[in-house]
Ligand binder design. Structure first.
Ligand code: CTP
Length: 477
């Protein structure tokens, strides 16, 4: 018997209006899907609400829209008997109860009218098939024929039908399973896992945008490795991001072996996820070592090297984003930059931390310096406690130095203390290579700590470089 009280949510003004409308029109209706799932999970109530109607969803949507003032324009999908509109921050979607049959090459179903039970069974997971009645006779009653509540209690993901059918019909559900498992820390039922494994090639019919959407949600999980381990186990990772699954394994030749870079990567991703919800910083953690696969080389008598893996990795980011049809925008450049710079602070931390090295680091990283340091700290996965605390201490030192140097020299968003206009007017010349040389030498001198980052020092340096370049001030000509 279900003893969950639905009174709390049904008290909301929205449901009071819905109740009135339904009482009047008599359309048998239920709330279903993620809203109910999250309510039972006692997660914050979602603002996306799915309504299931025994008749067409369009009719109820139109009536409700009239009753709710200030709602958005209604969108109607006649072929599917669905409609949606927004009201007061809520996204309301209405669907008529249906059976579905699928064409092999598409995840768009052929829709046929069905009972409420048919509709609950055609859904992806039992936890998403639970309905709350909005009807007069049993208002607020939970209707759960697939035992979704039991599965929520057991923290298990089960499909209402044979999982082979559920995933074969709509392969996006394989990723949804992994996303729910990763987000909620639910176990995917064994036969469901097997079905994902068997249907892995079906992912080819899913659009890249939808795949990335689910991937992003997995990456944003509290502990993303949970999802990535399942992606890997089922073979989906190799289909979607082979760059990451190729990191798997340790090669041992002539007694030399190297770090296992796949599990290391997942640890880095988990570490960074404890610190930030920044999706793109998490992407950078996921991809920071992908360049190690093509650059791996055994140097006889010395060991394995991954020379230049950061540069190669940053180039791979572009190809990966392009293949997954992800936007090739500033966010991608940010990920590339972090991958490219991912070893820089580590190198600095290993050596004596000089001001000049820190200034160059801050100059190159700009506003992303804090994220870069965050990534590098997450990259410390050694199990040797002594080394672990030594590396962290070194980073504390680098961080301290960054603050000091920043206070002194303001390198982070470096603006040249003398602009080209001023230099040109001083010498009375037009833009030319010599102006560029003067500007570059001033920048270099500041980064090297030879002069402070101010106008006066830069002006003095300009005069001596100008002389070397054979330039005379305009007022002396
Ligand atoms: N659904 C499904 N198969 C899919 C997508 C959705 O069976 N591939 C069903 C599920 O019952 C789901 C409901 O449609 O709960 C609503 O889908 P959607 O709004 O996309 O997802 P939610 O589960 O509500 O939640 P989330 O936003 O977390 O995905």
């Amino acid at each position: 018997m279900v003893s969950i009280s639905t009174k709390k949510i049904l008290n909301h003004k929205l449901f009071k209006t819905i109740k009135m409308v339904i009482e009047e029109c008599g359309i048998e209706s239920y709330i279903i899907g993620g809203f109910v799932r999250d309510f039972i999970l006692i997660k914050e109530n979602s603002k996306d609400i799915d309504f299931l109607c025994a008749d067409s969803g369009i009719k109820l949507a139109k009536l409700l829209k009239k009753a709710l003032v200030n709602s958005s324009k209604i969108k109607i999908f006649k072929n599917y008997g669905t409609a949606m509109f927004s009201w007061n921050g809520f996204k309301l979607e209405f669907v008529g109860a249906r059976k579905e049959s699928y064409n092999f090459n598409s995840r768009n179903p052929v829709v046929e009218k069905g009972s409420i039970l048919d509709d609950q069974k055609r859904r992806d997971f039992t936890i998403n098939s639970i309905a709350i009645s909005l009807n007069k006779t049993n208002y607020g009653k939970i209707i759960d024929p697939c035992n979704g509540i039991e599965d929520i209690k057991k923290r298990i993901l089960r499909t209402p039908l044979n999982p082979n059918k559920t995933y074969n019909d709509d392969p996006l559900r394989m990723l949804r399973a992994i996303r729910f498992s990763s987000n909620l820390n639910f176990k995917i039922e064994e036969k469901s896992l097997e079905a994902i494994y068997n249907n892995v090639n079906r992912i080819n019919i899913i659009s890249k945008e939808r795949i990335v959407d689910e991937l992003n949600k997995i990456i944003l999980s509290p502990k993303p490795s949970l999802g990535f381990l399942i992606l890997d186990k089922t073979g989906l990772l190799n289909k979607i991001i082979p760059e990451v699954s190729n990191l798997k394994g340790v090669e041992e030749v002539e007694g030399y072996s190297h770090k296992e870079n796949f599990y290391h990567t997942l640890e880095v991703l988990d570490n960074i996820s404890l610190k930030t919800d920044n999706l793109w910083l998490r992407w950078a953690a996921l991809l920071h070592d992908i360049g190690k696969v093509p650059t791996k080389k055994l140097i006889p008598g010395s060991g394995w090297t991954f020379h230049g893996h950061e540069f190669v990795g940053s180039k791979m980011v572009y190809k990966l984003y392009k293949r997954l049809k992800m936007p090739l925008n500033e966010k991608m450049k940010y990920v590339q930059k972090l991958v490219l710079m991912s070893s820089r602070p580590i190198v600095i931390a290993k050596e004596i931390v000089t001001d000049a090295a820190v200034r160059r680091l801050v100059f190159d990283a700009g506003d992303d310096i804090d994220d870069l340091i965050c990534l590098c700290k997450a990259d410390i996965t050694t199990k040797n406690q002594k080394r672990f605390s030594k590396y962290h201490k070194n980073f504390e030192l680098v961080t301290k130095k960054i603050i000091e140097v920043e206070e002194k020299d303001r390198i982070r968003n470096f603006q040249p203390p003398l602009d080209g206009e001023l230099i040109m007017s001083y010498y009375g010349i037009k833009p030319c290579e010599k102006i560029g040389k003067i500007k570059e030498s001033i920048k270099e001198a500041i980064l090297e700590g030879k002069i402070p980052n101010n106008k006066k020092a830069a002006f003095e340096l300009m005069k001596s470089i100008g002389k070397e370049l054979g330039l005379a001030p305009a007022n002396e000509k």
